[in-house]
Write a protein that binds this ligand. Structure first.
Ligand code: GDP
Ligand code: IMO
Ligand code: MG
Length: 428
């Protein structure tokens, strides 16, 4: 039994796609278990850039199957566009399957997401407007449409009629927007069912068998712990559980089968969308990180907010996820700073010093970071692939993180390409 879970430990965009791609070369299955096409996972293969939104990043080099698990919300048109763009680049996609239990993002979810964000004004969450939240809401309300429903015209008709009548009432009365046409959506989604029927399968049995037979199964998280619906900066979060715990409910694999829990964090922090960010740098240092790290959203193109590494938040993320292996990405982006700050505690609004994360999002906004200052390094490290060859100060930076968290950094990423890694211990 060999299972691997790759999760984000900050606010997303840590480089999960790159790490998943690297690990997928030896994987028999690569599985997405939550989120949807709000994700943007970038993989560079030489000069070729791939941005995966819904397909597991393993699609490029996994030798077995890529699964979109039951916990994912699937926009069929986004799925088909992505399949097409991958195939146009000469790659196969016949190894990609969708769980029959996965919920389907419908056009009204995307509209609802958009109308609600617009109406919220300064209280908006800054969602990706991909319909993620409204789709999960319908799932929990028990009137969502699942992938399996696309294969049954009668069930689809009944569910769609019910959903459209509810959404039309909301759109017209609450947002003064035009109603949607049942016929058009029904025809379109029956068509999706027809095109996708061979890819819509039961996945939990196969995954459990594969694990029992000793195959390598890799779970790829989207978003990250600070965007987790329970443990992130609620309500400025996404609507799923990106944590390692999310694998159990989002793929149907029990906790007893999860082994290597790999947490990915950047050497600094970024966030897209609204919500508290204690170490945010609204100054030239933040701008420098954004420019050097090319910190612009892979899904929406929005500039990412940038700041120093927040070890208080990272410790919280490692605890909730039970991280066994740490990956630090984008260390190369920190080359060229004289001094680097690392947040090791927070100063509260009433001047207390705390070193744990809080559930109060409003209070978090008032906290100030307490920094430890470390020496920076000037060298270009993008060609280095052994830890000993890193500048001593870069080594010290990694060791500082390890000591604070009490977890080993098993891989340091020093560039976007597949090959730009310092692997300190082979996982498999
Ligand atoms: P994900 O959502 O966690 O998969 O991350 P994204 O793909 O949204 O954002 C990470 C960005 O950083 C992508 O453009 C990657 O190509 C890039 N990247 C990943 N690792 C490194 C690294 O070590 N150094 C640099 N410079 N870029 C990296
Ligand atoms: P990857 O997988 C960064 C953010 C949005 C918004 C909040 C809610 O690439 O790391 P949603 O559309 O999910 O309802 O938006 O979550 N968000 C992400 N931020 N990376 C992501 O994915 C994200 N997916 C959602 O910006 O703040
Ligand atoms: Mg991303």
């Amino acid at each position: 039994m060999s299972t691997f879970v790759v999760v984000g430990l900050q606010w997303g965009d840590e480089g999960k796609g790159k790490i998943t791609d690297v690990l997928s070369a030896k994987s028999d299955y690569v599985v997405r278990y939550q989120g949807g096409n709000n994700a943007g996972h970038t993989v560079y293969v030489g000069a070729d850039k791939f941005v995966l939104h819904l397909l597991p990043s393993g699609v490029l080099q996994c030798r077995g199957k890529c699964i979109i698990g039951n916990g994912v919300v699937v926009d069929p048109s986004a799925f088909l566009r992505e399949i097409q763009s991958i195939e146009e680049r000469g790659l196969k996609t016949d190894h990609v399957f969708i769980s029959r239990r996965a919920h389907i993002i419908m056009p009204y979810h995307i509209l609802y997401d958009t109308y609600r964000e617009e109406a919220a004004g300064h209280l908006s969450i800054g969602t990706t407007k991909r319909g993620i939240g409204p789709c999960y809401e319908d799932k929990v309300a028990r009137h969502g449409i699942r992938a399996i429903d696309l294969l049954n015209p009668q069930v689809l008709k009944e569910k769609l009629e019910e959903n459209i009548s509810i959404k039309n009432a909301i759109f017209e009365k609450l947002y003064n927007k035009p109603p949607m046409d049942f016929e058009e959506i029904y025809r379109q989604f029956l068509h999706y069912g027809d095109i996708l029927k061979d890819r819509i399968v039961d996945t939990e049995l196969e995954l459990n068998h594969a694990i029992d037979q000793g195959q390598n199964v890799l779970f790829e998280g989207a978003q990250a712990l600070m965007l987790d619906i329970d443990f992130g900066t609620y309500p400025y979060v996404t609507s799923s559980s990106p944590s390692t715990g999310g694998v159990c409910v989002g793929a149907g694999v029990p906790p007893t089968k999860l082994q290597n829990l790999i947490g990915v964090a950047k050497a600094y922090c970024t966030r897209v969308g609204n919500g508290p960010f204690v170490t945010e740098l609204n100054n030239e240092i933040g701008d420098k990180i954004r420019e050097t790290g090319f910190e612009f959203g892979a899904t929406t193109g929005r500039p990412r907010r940038c700041g120093w590494l927040d070890l208080v938040a990272l410790k919280h993320a490692c605890m909730i996820n039970g991280i066994t292996h740490l990956v630090i990405t984008k260390l190369d982006v920190l080359s060229g700073f004289d001094k680097i700050q690392v947040c090791t505690a927070y100063k509260t609004e009433d001047d207390r010093i705390i070193d744990y994360f809080t559930s109060s999002t409003t209070k978090l906004d008032l906290y100030e970071p307490i920094y430890e200052e470390l020496d920076g390094w000037q060298e270009d490290i993008t060609g280095i692939n052994s830890f000993d060859q890193l500048p001593e100060k870069a080594q010290k930076y990694i060791q500082f993180i390890e000591n604070y968290l009490g977890i080993e950094v098993y891989l340091v990423s020093v560039g976007p390409d597949r090959s730009q890694n310092i692997i300190r211990k082979e996982l498999f």
